[in-house]
Design a protein around this ligand. Sequence first.
Ligand code: IPE
Ligand code: IPE
Ligand code: MG
Length: 263
Amino acid sequence: MNGFDSSTQKVPACGDVPRHVAIIMDGNGRWAKRRFLPRIAGHKRGVEAVRRTVTACAESGVEFLTLFAFSSENWRRPAEEVSFLMQLFAVALEQEVAKLHENGIRLRVVGDLSPFEPRLVRLIQAGERQTADNRGLTLTVAANYGGRWDIVQAMNRMIAAHPEKAGQYSEQDLAPWLAMNHAPEPDLFIRTGGEQRISNFLLWQLAYTELHFTDTLWPDFDAKALAAAMDSYRRRERRFGRTSEQLTASTVPPPAVSEAAGS
Ligand code: IPE
Ligand code: IPE
Ligand code: MG
């Protein structure tokens, strides 16, 4: 087990502030296009939105923030854009890791790192190592990540470790092998840029996550936009399969003893 409750095995405790926020940072290209700028200008601006979001989440008491930076399907983009995004990731790591560390933030990167240049892999590993013991916000960057890749890599490693259990594997057996085993399942998912799809993000982990879609383009995302998503989250009734009446009943305090005894 990874120490975090699975939403399908046990109803997790939920507070007003999401413990884990996962974001698809979308709309950089359109942000740039509207300004007659090249797409890469939107990606550059997107880094500033990342900085604002990390700060706002840490200040709001969010414990885990997971950002989708590059999907396993984003290799299909023009080679120049892919190469710019890789370079931007490396520069951001070089410039930001020290600041993350000063602020007690723990950095994790999930995804298939094997196609990345060795220099980028070294920067990722150094950043993770330097911040590993930090106890503040855990910032996970999903890079060359795909939800299907994650489930398949987890399955392969689980089977290699426990071939004797063939035919008997359970959800709990797979969970520790998934790339996000260091975090609870996301409470709140946000996608900027107006599209309403998951685009192969955390397929397994989003089972009971509250979804919030906003037209705000990622480079414009800020503390106010985050607060709007959090407000929407607070108004949701998270039932996890139960009825609304069951939830109300469990929050109403039991009747006083004398009343219950009918006196
Ligand atoms: C999200 O912005 C960034 C990445 C996928 C890397 P896009 O580049 O997808 O922006 P749009 O969707 O074209 O506006
Ligand atoms: C999803 O955005 C991936 C990231 C934000 C990294 P895309 O812009 O690639 O998604 P699609 O292609 O529109 O579904
Ligand atoms: Mg997009």
